[in-house]
Design a protein around this ligand. Structure first.
Ligand code: NI
Length: 176
């Protein structure tokens, strides 16, 4: 396994639309996923999308850390992979959650997103998976899926007063 270099905001690949994975069972895809998992853990992230490691393909890895779990409907989740994902909102409810991004180090901001989504795609083995998500899981799925469409969380923020550096937010919290 290998640590991959993470593209930071300003790199054009982060604004590009990624291409579907043609052969989800190809060994190179599995290697990429394993390297992305190692890179995400090393950077202490909760999600990482292929464009963030300079690969313009529609796949990402994610997890729900214990401290981010929002209750029994949003349990902690070990790392998962989703290839060629399709994320669909369920209902109209929105929820704001504080997000960060490994491509935008140091910053965190409150981002309104769909409170509940349906997700479908293929897992690391290329087998179909689907389900419904709320809480942090819904947030991370939408955040990572946005990376595949060239959208960064800052572009989803509606109130930039709720953006700040993580050390200050750890001290003072996010303005409400
Ligand atoms: Ni991100």
């Amino acid at each position: 396994m290998a640590l991959l270099k993470i593209a930071r905001m300003g790199h054009p690949i982060l604004l590009a639309r990624a291409e579907p994975v043609a052969d989800p069972r190809d060994a190179s895809i599995r290697t990429l996923i394993d390297d992305m998992i190692e890179t995400m853990h090393d950077a202490r992230g909760a999600g990482l999308a292929a464009p963030q490691v300079h690969v313009g393909l529609r796949l990402f890895v994610y997890r729900v850390p214990e401290e981010r779990s929002a209750g029994p409907e949003d349990p902690p989740l070990p790392v998962q992979a989703l290839i060629n994902p399709v994320i669909t909102p369920i209902g109209d409810a929105m929820a704001s959650r504080v997000e960060g991004c490994l491509s935008i180090p140091g910053l965190r901001g409150a981002v309104p997103r769909h409170a509940r989504v349906h997700y479908a795609g293929l897992d690391r083995d290329g087998s179909p998976v689907e389900g419904e998500a709320s809480g942090f899981l819904a947030t991370v799925l939408q955040h990572e899926n946005d990376h595949l469409d060239g959208i960064l969380y800052l572009m989803r923020m509606t109130d930039l007063s709720r953006l700040g550096f993580e050390e200050e937010i750890a001290r003072f919290g996010i303005p409400t």
